[in-house]
Ligand binder design. Sequence first.
Ligand code: WTA
Length: 665
Amino acid sequence: MTSAPSPIENLLTENRTFDPPEQFLERNPVIHCADMETYKALYERSMNDPEGFWAEQASKSHWFEPWTKVLEWNCPDAKWFVGGKTNMCFNCVDRQVEDGLGDQYAILWEGEPETGSPEGHEVRRITYGALKRDVSRFANALKSLGVKRGDVVTLYMGMVPELAIAMLACARIGAAHSVIFGGFAASAIVDRVQDAQSKVIVTCDGAWRRGSVVPLKANVDEACTRLPGVEHVVVLKRCGNDVQWSEGRDQWWHTLIHGQSDDCACEHMDSEDLLFLLYTSGSTGKPKGIRHTTGGYMVYTATTARYTFNLEPGQRQIFFCTADIGWITGHSYTVYGILPNRVPTVMYEGAPAWPAEDRFWDMVERHRVTHFYTAPTAVRAFMKWGEEYPRSHDLRSLQVLGTVGEPINPEAWIWYHETIGNECCPIVDTMWQTETGGHIITPLPGCTPTVPGSCTLPFFGIDAAVVNEQGEELPANAGGLLVIRKPWPGMLRGIHNDRERYIDTYWSKVPGMYLAGDGARRDERGYFWIMGRIDDVINIGGHRLGTMEVESALVSHDAVVEAAVVGMPHEIKGTGLAAFVTLGPDCGDANHDELRESLRDHVAKEIGAIAKPDMIRFTNALPKTRSGKIMRRLLRDIAAGKEVTQDTTTLEDFSLLAKLRESDE
Ligand code: WTA
């Protein structure tokens, strides 16, 4: 059923159930959902009366004009809070200032420390008041460049506070943003800017990572040679590295905001106006621009953040999500879901193991972080680095631990629970996707008993099920397709410029239901277990990559004729990338080690370092079925070093299997 190898295979089996830790209950006077009876009652209400439930949640946000109808559903098109007028930036920033909280911290940012100078932490603490001023200035600056309501502004920046400021500034004036992860290369920028039709790109001269400069501006320059439609590039000076300058097109951020007014009214946005695009990998080579709109996404991220992390203002909470804002996790749970909940959000620049492997624990201790949200791949890396790093810090401020991006293997879960959480922090294993806007299946802290490796139960309003291709719900423990049968406010509203792909990808396999693209099963108590992607998307350490994207990058190398990319088990990443490559006739004598390096560098240049294959094998031909389809399952088995048990009689070249196994690696 599932195509990706399960990273939780062959590892510790852990059947224990962990009840909400006593200490958590004692330390938290307010628990939004304090027991399973409350969960069940609220869940049932959200199923029986979704409109009533979501209207209640939406009324916690500020609206300039109320909605006239909670939901209009014409499958696959949802409209939430129809007719309502609101502004995301107003809810994240201005509202707090208006309520007299202007001097409270909104963002705690920490720059990448310099090696050898542990005291040299560059920290910026930004209050709601300061944020309002900075966002308004930049919003006015964008207007001065001609950015209007409805335009899409591309943001390709490092993890600096100005990235959040730029996002909020766009939201303020009704422009949508499209954030591109700073680890992506020039060609990724080209595809995304073209599809979004952005005329303005905001970037930095460079981004710090492990003491060196990632040349963001140079990547934008390279991309712009193929982007005649880009009129303005705004450059934030961060690293002071040399940059090329295109007069008339390029402007420094600091020059541009100079003299801009601190005053900029929030546009009254329709609930269904586009808030942002975020590109994500699908089964074909072209990334999909996932569309999220204003009202539904706003209500959904604020509600999930509040319940899943038990956020409550006035409880001295500090929220630290380690994801880069270039991914949906950073959008929803560094910025949009956290700020309206009035809990300071931590942003950091650079790498987790720089200048030392205790970077996060040092930050947790110094900032008294209460909520820590990361990916299982990071937890596995912490385990490998060793206990001494967390042990050398006071982590007693921590109250809730979260994971996201891939299933967490029980070993990593137990280590997280014991070594980081000191057995007194609930772990929320949050299952969701770029497309879902926020958590769809997750435990609630202080409420849901957890079992390592299971993301447990659906969030309120999420009618999740495991079904067969006819849409029939499967019995306990049978593997099937994960679907959602009712619309929810945070759901994507489409793929930018590609209606057909939207319908094909999510709504056609099981008509009338949203297909997540994951295989799953539900156990006897109704808990969900995610079994991996069912399409050609590979989840590398919590980041989605389409095999086709990597294959096209490989084939664009001069030496390569054909390439097939599959997932393989990887100790830290969970799943790594294995590439099988056939070479052109001129490469017979090429040094394979050098060629491998050259291919890896080429992929990094075409897509970004995250797409570099972990293993490259050269072969004379790829195994194909008679109809010419690459036998990916066979390649996966070979990559995993497994005995090949499946029927291979459809192989076109029987000798090939042997050849593949002999081929050098
Ligand atoms: C996977 C990340 C198991 C899943 C927020 C999904 C998970 C894809 C979990 C979305 C989890 C995410 N347990 N699998 N807790 N969370 N996934 O769009 O395959 O980058 O479809 O969103 O990650 O990845 P995306």
